[in-house]
Design a protein around this ligand. Structure first.
Ligand code: IMP
Ligand code: MG
Length: 183
């Protein structure tokens, strides 16, 4: 890192605030239509998905309940090794519920595959995933999100909840962090 990092304003914008807002509204409408008349149980994956979840939930026109799970993926800050662990589990049962996992980004797919296995074993009525971002070209495990905000190229992004070493989550846009040696 050779740049001042305090604000992230020097990082190139990949998706600006307005574009994200428009797409989140569309996703909300689509999900609302698909789940009409049902109660939707949202599971936000901490920490990256919290900003997306907060915006998405306000565009849903179905009854929702909410829970959170914290998943830790081991590896470097920008490359996961594949070891995944639950560091905060759900508070309530998902049995017989229509569950929608809310993720910030699908990268190799390892985190979501792990989640799928763990959650399906708990017998939800249905299990789907919405990911704000999808780096399809990076997939190692063949998983697909049911709803995707934006497919993005193989770059490391921060902002709108996503971090690099816990920084930049507060940025309103999704920005590209270029100066990562492992990319
Ligand atoms: P996967 O298991 O490789 O699919 O990793 C998904 C997780 O890695 C996401 O939930 C993020 O926490 C993190 N991640 C992957 N790519 C990025 C990125 O470009 N920026 C920030 N976090 C990322
Ligand atoms: Mg994450």
């Amino acid at each position: 890192m050779n740049q001042p990092l305090e604000t992230g304003k020097n990082l190139e914008v990949l998706l600006d605030e307005k574009r994200i807002a428009r797409r989140v509204r569309e996703l909300g409408a689509q999900i609302s239509a698909d789940y009409r008349g049902r109660e939707l149980h949202l599971i936000g994956i901490l920490k990256g998905a919290w900003v997306f979840l907060a915006d998405l939930v306000r565009h849903l026109e179905v009854e929702v309940t909410l829970d959170f799970m914290n998943i830790q993926t081991y590896g470097s800050s920008t490359n996961s090794s594949g070891d995944v662990k639950i560091t905060k589990d759900l508070d309530v049962s998902i049995q017989d519920r229509d569950v929608l996992v809310v993720e910030d980004i699908l990268d190799t797919g390892r985190t979501f595959r792990f989640l799928q296995e763990v959650l399906l074993a708990r017998n939800p009525r249905t299990l789907k995933v919405v990911a704000l971002l999808d780096k399809t070209s990076r997939r190692v495990v063949p998983v697909r999100a049911d709803y995707v905000g934006f497919p993005i190229p193989d770059v490391f992004v921060v902002g709108y909840g996503l971090d690099y070493s816990q920084k930049y989550r507060e940025l309103r846009d999704v920005r590209v962090l270029r100066s990562v040696p492992s990319l």
